[in-house]
Design a binder for this molecule. Structure first.
Ligand SMILES: C[S@@+](CC[C@H](N)C(=O)[O-])C[C@H]1O[C@@H](n2cnc3c(N)ncnc32)[C@H](O)[C@@H]1O
Length: 434
């Protein structure tokens, strides 16, 4: 049985029992949040129908196209309503206290603030109702690699160390969001400790649950060192040390973190804190580097630097990395896509007038932290900051390749004329460099 069908059957059964044992008459009003493609919906609705339980089912998701697809898919089911609903936004008045049961499978962890999302769900539940979540409460490495490619995995900004939290954390935050009682499924096999059905009820019931205290979060001590000097220019690295060293004097494997930034912006600080903590917990020594940025220094970028370590490290007598993970980095600059204008969504070319050389320094710079890495396009400075505009310029005017490979001179150097030292022999491109 697939996990979707297993959890759907589990939920359907739980709902059937709750509805059969409930006092009073009328239809049960069920709201499903983040219902997606309707995997859970199908099982729950057919289970309730097969048992003759009258219900009204409100199918919702943040995605209008998924809601439209579900409307077609479930057109044969009576008493279903389809709506777009963002669980992070305030509750619409007609949904306050309106549902006997709210279901959300595999979604709430991917919201910014668990307490905020849960308090929205709490507001929609009747006093005699219940919230039923299905959540993964134990991380598995592959999830970070696979699901970590989705934005939702990294949205959390409520003090969590990772998108996934354990069942005690859910209990704590659900109680803060106004639930009186929290229960979860358990079992002897590892799977039942990994994916759990978590029930939360507005009223406190007489069931005692033992909860263990939360694990102390890993704190990192930071040391900044100069790892390279080029002329007068010092290039820095941040070393993150673990709180406690598990085995004294044991050498830790280094996890080198190289930030991106369209070759032009960001700094060694633009690495994900959750990722650093995760590496520390797994016994690595995270080190985050600055590197010389384009366009003062031609051909530089985080992903390219990381990947080229495979051959540049042995050339210097160093061991190449055991593994290189490059997230979102361009890998094929030969593609003709780069030769066409690119319009970043939210920062399209609207014919602004600007001087692209305005933000270019006389000497290479190694970091630029005016705009943070995580949502640069939503920061209004992306359009007004001269250096961010270089990034927009190379996209808008199809100048990525000429600028990152050839660089651009500062206004002063441009006035002085071409620098022959910068020219590479014909047919040879420079290798990315720190
Ligand atoms: C991993 S899928 C789970 C879908 C479904 N619940 C299931 O388990 O098969 C996550 C779903 O959450 C939806 N979603 C993401 N953020 C949301 C939000 N803020 N409010 C409502 N739905 C959201 C996505 O559109 C997606 O359909």
């Amino acid at each position: 049985m697939s996990s979707t069908s297993a959890r759907g059957k589990y939920l359907g059964d739980a709902l059937r029992k709750a509805c059969t044992n409930a006092a009073g008459g009328g239809k049960f009003r069920i709201l499903e949040v983040a219902a997606g493609t309707g995997g859970t919906t199908r099982y729950v609705t057919s289970h309730l129908r097969n048992h003759g339980i009258p219900f009204e089912y409100v199918f919702t998701d943040i995605s209008a196209s998924l809601v439209a697809a579900a409307k077609k898919r479930f057109s044969a089911v009576d008493s279903m309503v389809f709506e777009v609903l963002d669980v992070e936004k305030s509750v619409r008045p007609e949904y306050v206290g309106a549902f006997h049961c709210v279901i959300a499978t595999n979604c709430i962890h991917a919201t910014r603030n668990l307490e905020v999302s849960l308090s929205h769900l709490r507001a929609m539940i009747r006093e005699d109702g219940a919230l039923t979540l299905i959540e993964i409460t134990k991380n598995m490495f592959w999830l970070d690699i696979v699901v970590g490619l989705f934005e939702g995995w990294w949205l959390f900004e409520d003090g969590r160390e990772h998108a996934l939290v354990d069942e005690q954390h859910w209990e704590r935050v659900m109680k803060k969001a106004g639930f009186g009682e929290v229960l979860w499924s358990d079992g002897a096999i590892p799977e039942s400790k990994t994916v759990r059905v978590i029930g939360a009820f507005p009223r406190k019931r007489c069931v005692a649950i033992e909860s263990t205290p939360l694990k102390k979060p890993t704190k990192a001590a930071l040391e900044t060192v100069v790892y390279k000097k080029v002329g007068d220019k010092e290039i820095h690295a941040d070393i993150y040390y673990p709180d406690e060293v598990p085995v004294p004097n044991k050498k830790l494997p280094i996890a080198l973190m190289i930030h991106g930034g369209s070759h032009v912006i960001f700094s060694r600080k633009d690495i994900r804190p959750a990722q650093t903590r995760y590496l520390l917990e797994k016994g690595f020594l995270p080190v985050s580097l600055d590197h010389r940025l384009c366009p003062e220094w031609a051909w530089s970028s985080g992903g390219q630097l990381a990947m080229s370590l495979a051959w540049t490290a042995p050339q210097r007598g160093l061991r190449p990395p055991e593994a290189i993970l490059a997230f979102y980095c361009p890998t094929n600059y030969e593609d003709k896509w780069w030769r066409h204008p690119i319009q970043p969504i939210g920062a399209e070319d609207k014919g602004h007038e600007y001087d692209v050389l305005e933000a270019i320094q006389d000497e290479p710079i190694t970091n630029y932290g005016v705009v943070g890495a995580w949502e640069p396009l939503s920061d209004p400075r992306i359009l007004t900051d001269p250096r961010c505009r270089i990034v927009l310029h190379i996209n808008w005017k199809a100048q990525t390749l000429p600028v990152i490979v050839g660089g651009l001179p500062s206004r002063k150097k441009a006035d002085e004329g071409p620098d022959p030292a910068r020219a590479d022999p014909p047919g040879q491109l420079p290798t990315p460099t720190f």
